[in-house]
Unconditional design. Structure first.
Length: 156
């Protein structure tokens, strides 16, 4: 099993949206390194720290699970989509997505400053200066530490 942190802007797609829908496809990833993580390393059953970015405070707000292996991001072929990429042909897709399902929501946000202040998370990618990947691996220990922090907030 692998562990991940996946970022989304809550005004675009929030943990509440995922809770309401149950499962969604994680489309629109347009960074090759993040795409490669999804294509090559993500497996069904992998656990996800659901992270709200571009908000105050940014941070982990809940948990999700990978429920479908990577498949072509069909939004890349839709000229009406903001994720359209004319250089991604259907016979050799450039972009991929996975499906994730809602697991739980924390009562509050484990803010980025709180993550940075935890010495057990000092090597976590999200706390590194300049780390902007929307999909990034976390270790099992980092995942468990964040889950423990979330449980102290009382999971809804």
């Amino acid at each position: 099993m692998n562990y991940w942190l996946m970022k989304t802007e809550p005004n675009v797609y929030s943990i509440d949206d995922l809770k309401s829908e149950g499962t969604t496809h994680w489309e629109g990833v347009r960074n090759y390194q993040a795409r490669n993580f999804m294509m090559k390393d993500m497996k069904v059953g992998d656990r996800v720290l659901f992270y709200h970015s571009n908000t105050k405070p940014p941070g982990v707000v809940g948990l999700a699970t990978v429920t479908k292996l990577a498949y072509p991001d069909f939004f890349a072929w839709d000229p009406e989509s903001k994720y359209f990429d004319p250089k991604s042909p259907k016979d050799k897709p450039r972009w991929f997505m996975v499906d994730v399902s809602y697991e739980s929501q924390f009562k509050g946000t484990i803010g980025l400053d709180t993550l940075k202040a935890n010495p057990n998370l000092e090597d976590m990618l999200v706390v590194q200066k300049g780390s902007r990947l929307s999909v990034q691996p976390v270790t099992k220990n980092q995942f468990n530490e964040v889950v423990q922090m979330g449980e102290s907030l009382n999971v809804k």
